[in-house]
Write a protein that binds this ligand. Structure first.
Ligand code: AMP
Length: 115
């Protein structure tokens, strides 16, 4: 059996996280290495490694995550906007193989993500 990802350990309560929202399908917590004044991660509780691993049946879950993005952004006071990023696998810069949406805000974010 493959080792648990860091995000699965957070879901299972094995390591702490600064959780700002939780429901039966997902968890939202602050990124430990914030790239903006506000930087949180929205993750499904279901273990899905990358966008490429999504099943058709995950459409409703992923739609729910976007509704959570909307609500959490409001909760965080990001009224002037924010950026949502999903990295996919090596070339996309994904480090944690558990699908997640980054919400970045609290400052004007540049047009392109370089690297
Ligand atoms: P990605 O590069 O898209 O896979 O993003 C992974 C993100 O998870 C990075 O922004 C990390 O800073 C963040 N991260 C890694 N470990 C933790 C942790 N224990 N708690 C919160 N965020 C984390």
């Amino acid at each position: 059996m493959s080792e648990k990802t860091i995000f699965k350990k957070i879901i299972d309560g094995e390591i702490p996280a600064d959780v700002i929202y939780e429901d039966d399908q997902c968890l939202v917590f602050r990124d430990i290495n914030a790239q903006a004044p506000t930087h949180v991660l929205v993750i499904p509780k279901k273990e899905i490694a990358t966008i490429d691993d999504l099943a058709d049946e995950d459409a409703k879950l992923m739609g729910h995550l976007w509704i959570v993005v909307r609500d959490v952004a409001k909760q965080l006071g990001l009224t002037d906007g924010y950026r949502v990023i999903v990295n996919c696998k090596e070339d996309g810069g994904q480090e944690v193989p558990h699908i997640h949406l980054h919400i970045l805000g609290g400052k004007r974010i540049g047009k392109m993500v370089s690297g």
